[in-house]
Design a protein around this ligand. Structure first.
Ligand code: SAM
Ligand code: DTB
Ligand code: SF4
Length: 349
């Protein structure tokens, strides 16, 4: 699919209060400026997000990332949204770490279905030494299948990030989850600073950072802006930004929360796109509850990645076939199709 050439995009004068110019990668985003974006009239915000998206992603493809829970349940942490925390009665059973063949079968299937990234998630506070050996083997073998690799294993000690990098890991996912001011009402077993420290170690090791958060946990708009400001002010900002909508799971403390206005979710995506213009912004958990029209608005707002496959970690995601139909309906192309086209034209085909 071809988009209008980016050079034809004219700067647009909005008759609104002055806003910061389009962000350069090193720019910092004061909270007031992020909040000013959230406060824009919806159509103005969407327009700015579209401008940023098309300038920075002229191909307009959507990345498909498949998740696999390599170690499910029984987690010692108390994250108030999470069905895998042992202390909440959610019906998620604690399982052992998967064996390598199970992981590779899932990765091959993901690749054959068109995913380009494979993300392995574990319900750990942090990985133990014996876990690291197994995860390193998974990373090496999944990478050898030609997939981009991502892992989310909790907090990393010094040295662990380096080992993952040496094994061939491309991305490490570790979310800030919320604004610092809201964080303590959701999680008490690890501090915001612990998360920032892990992100620092991930960067130091030369891994790419996948870092985002969850909205719909009862936070205010100011706190949603606070989350985005934290992410956008990481230097550099993350290469991948998963924006999760809370999936409410019975038994967790956040079950029964008043639902978030879907436009606020779309706004969060748009503000992430504007403030982190070159990041892959992933429309992450919560798509099943969202419906096609809200998802389409998220793509318009600049989302260009989704979790693809019938399951997230423990909860349901849309069926892969339904996702393919939705992308087709919207005329969106996938990263895999895009890369194939580039390869064919390089071979003169
Ligand atoms: N245990 C590791 C950790 O917490 O870093 C990795 C796995 S954890 C499940 C990864 C992320 O999933 C969390 O940081 C959170 O952002 C997201 N998540 C967990 N439960 C969720 C839910 N019910 N709805 C939306 N996102 C959720
Ligand atoms: C992320 O930001 N979202 C994914 C992934 N990173 C690991 C996890 C979503 C989990 C949703 C709840 C579940 O399925 O257990
Ligand atoms: Fe454990 Fe991660 Fe769930 Fe928190 S989000 S309870 S650390 S699996």
């Amino acid at each position: 699919m071809s988009h209008a050439p980016t050079q034809e995009l004219k700067p647009v004068v909005l008759h609104r209060p002055a806003l910061p110019a389009a962000a350069a990668p090193a720019a910092t985003w004061p909270l007031e400026d992020v909040l000013a974006l959230f406060d824009l009239p919806f159509t103005d915000l969407m327009f700015r997000a579209q401008q940023s998206h098309r300038l920075n992603f002229p191909d307009g493809d959507v990345e498909l990332a498949t998740l696999l829970s390599i170690k499910t349940g029984g987690c010692e942490e108390d994250c108030g949204y999470c069905p895998q925390a042992a202390r909440y009665d959610t019906g998620v059973e604690a399982k052992k770490i998967l064996d390598i063949e199970t992981v590779l079968d899932a990765a091959r299937q993901a690749r054959d279905n068109g995913a380009t990234r494979f993300c392995m998630g574990a319900a750990w506070r942090s990985p133990k030494q014996r876990d690291m050996v197994k995860v390193e083997e998974m990373v090496r073998e999944v990478k050898a299948l030609g997939l981009e690799t991502c892992a989310t294993l909790g907090m990393l000690e010094e040295g662990q990030a380096n080992r993952l990098k040496e094994a061939g890991l491309d991305y490490y996912n570790h979310n800030l989850d919320s604004a610092p001011e809201f964080y303590d009402s959701v999680i008490s077993t690890r501090a915001y600073q612990d998360r920032l420290d892990t992100l620092g170690r991930v960067r130091e090791a030369g891994l790419k950072v996948c870092c985002g958060g969850i909205v719909g946990m009862g936070e205010t708009r100011m706190q949603r802006a606070g989350l985005i400001a934290q992410l956008a002010n990481l230097n550099p900002y993350p290469e991948s930004v998963p924006v999760n909508h809370l999936v409410q799971v019975e038994g967790t403390p956040l079950f029964g929360m008043d639902p978030l206005d879907p436009f606020e979710f779309v706004r969060t995506i748009a503000v992430a796109r504007i403030t982190m213009p070159k990041a892959r912004v992933r429309l992450s958990a919560g798509r099943r509850q969202m419906g096609e029209a809200v998802q389409a608005m998220c793509f318009l707002a600049g989302a260009n990645s989704i979790f693809y496959g019938d399951k997230l970690l423990t909860t349901d995601n849309p069926e892969a076939g339904d996702d393919r139909m939705l992308l087709d309906k919207l005329g969106l192309t996938t990263r895999a199709a895009m890369l194939e086209r580039v390869q064919q034209s390089a071979c003169g085909g």
